[in-house]
Design a protein around this ligand. Structure first.
Ligand code: HEM
Length: 403
């Protein structure tokens, strides 16, 4: 069924009608929303126990933005902005234009920029995070800062561009249509004008992970299947053990049911990789290229025994058995941004991963950054860490238990 925003508007109204048209309960919540159809033309509910866009089947497109709060913004302004962002996100996830739409008055700029008007809701999810710097002395939040929310330490092999790292706030918009994801971030930035500025942003054009058993494993720009051994939304225990912040005494109450998000802009040295023999490529990853089976195996999903793989292969070094059971939920995207100054492609993997404790990423990247054979072909050039508040109840707003 073709479900465009125009059709949604024409069908009079509000969220309930939208939901009925899409065949999903509007407030039914997103993640674990197994009953909801996934794919173009459908809606992922914004509300729920956890924010949408984490354990939601990974959509195909990404627009990610990190924001800084401008000088002079007060805590009350920030709270109002989060309320407005929440309302706009609910509206956009429901496939409707913001406010009075794209054409209310001839004498004022429209409430909605309009470029998503004839498009489907495309499974849009908008996920928000709070960076370590938000908890400095500007908004009175210092006492609420989670102990685990500090800027990531220097990690082996880092070649970070600080202009493409960090940020007071982050927004991850994922959708199955690039224009829908773009529209979401653009309109949030527009709503926040004067209070926040975009510090950096990243478009992603192809998911590099599966987050549901119902999804086929996609390929990253190195041509390898990526996401085979990822945490899947059907595995509630793995999500509880490794992704959602729980109720341990060292985990702040406002973050329970939330998560931590690590972003890394990882450039692939594609020209170098393309000159590597197939055998070297497979030894580097530790899996076969076409099937994605562990080296020596024949099936993508057969049990991987890390200690049988080359000592410096990526999947051996990243495997939970080598890292005291550490696991993360990967949700990254491929990117390509033209050429570097030396004429090489500026392309790679925009790595996004969710975890209950950022220490999981630090453990993995300390090992990978120092020993991974993949390091010959990649460079970590951007980075950020955010605390991702839990899901929002109808009538609530992002971070309402903090601000
Ligand atoms: C451009 C950089 C990277 C590329 C091309 C890449 C590629 C891959 C591929 C092809 C797999 C095997 C398929 C799968 O199980 O998903 C994999 C697995 C994995 N990667 Fe990466 N990866 C990159 C960066 C990272 C980083 C930075 C981390 C974490 C710090 C990481 C953590 C993992 C983990 C945990 C696994 C699953 C290991 C297992 O349990 O078997 N990867 N990666």
């Amino acid at each position: 069924m073709a479900l465009t925003r125009r059709a949604l508007l024409a069908s009079s109204g509000a969220a309930a009608a939208v939901a009925a048209a899409a065949g999903v309960g509007y407030a039914a919540g997103q993640e674990g929303d197994d009953a909801a159809p996934h794919g173009d033309g459908h809606i992922v509910g914004f509300h729920g126990e956890h924010q949408a866009g984490i354990a939601t089947p990974a959509q195909d497109r990404l627009h990610f933005a990190a924001f800084d709060v401008t000088d002079g913004t007060k805590a009350s302004d920030l709270r109002d902005l989060l309320k407005e962002w929440t309302a706009a996100s609910v509206t956009m996830a429901g496939g409707q234009p913001i406010g009075s739409g794209a054409a209310a008055s001839q004498i004022a700029p429209p409430d909605d920029t309009g470029e998503a008007l004839d498009l489907t809701p495309a499974n849009l999810t908008v996920t928000f995070g709070f960076g370590p710097a938000l908890f400095d002395d500007r908004f009175g939040l210092a006492a609420q800062k989670p102990a685990a929310l500090s800027a990531l330490p220097d990690l082996p092999g880092d070649a970070l561009d600080r202009d493409r790292s960090d940020g007071d706030l982050c927004v991850q918009a994922c959708a199955n249509d690039p224009q829908v994801a773009f529209h979401a971030v653009r309109n949030l930035a527009r709503i926040g004008r004067g209070l926040v500025t975009v510090r950096w942003s990243q478009l992603g054009f192809g998911r590099t992970s599966t987050t549901s058993r119902a999804q086929a494993t996609p390929r990253n720009l190195m041509g390898f299947k990526d996401g085979t051994a990822n945490i899947k939304l059907e595995d509630a225990k793995a999500l509880a053990d490794h992704v959602w912040v729980g109720d341990r005494s060292d985990e702040p109450a406002w973050l329970r049911g939330g998560s931590y998000l690590v972003a890394r802009r990882i450039r692939m040295l594609i020209e170098v990789w393309d000159r590597a023999a197939l055998g070297d490529q497979e030894q580097t990853i530790g899996r076969t290229k076409v099937i994605g089976a562990p080296l020596g195996g024949t099936d993508e999903f057969q049990t991987l025994k890390p200690k049988t793989l080359p000592v410096d292969s990526h999947v051996r070094l990243a495997h939970p058995e080598i890292n005291d059971g550490t696991k993360i939920l990967r949700r990254g995207y491929s990117f390509t941004d033209g050429l570097e100054s030396l004429g090489e492609l500026d392309a790679g993997l925009f790595f996004l991963a969710y975890m209950r404790d950022p220490e999981a990423f630090i453990t993995l990247q300390n090992r990978l950054g120092a020993h991974d054979a993949l390091n010959e072909y990649i460079k970590h050039v951007g980075s950020g860490l955010w605390a991702v508040p839990p899901g929002i109840k109808p009538g609530g707003y992002v971070g309402d238990q903090l601000l």
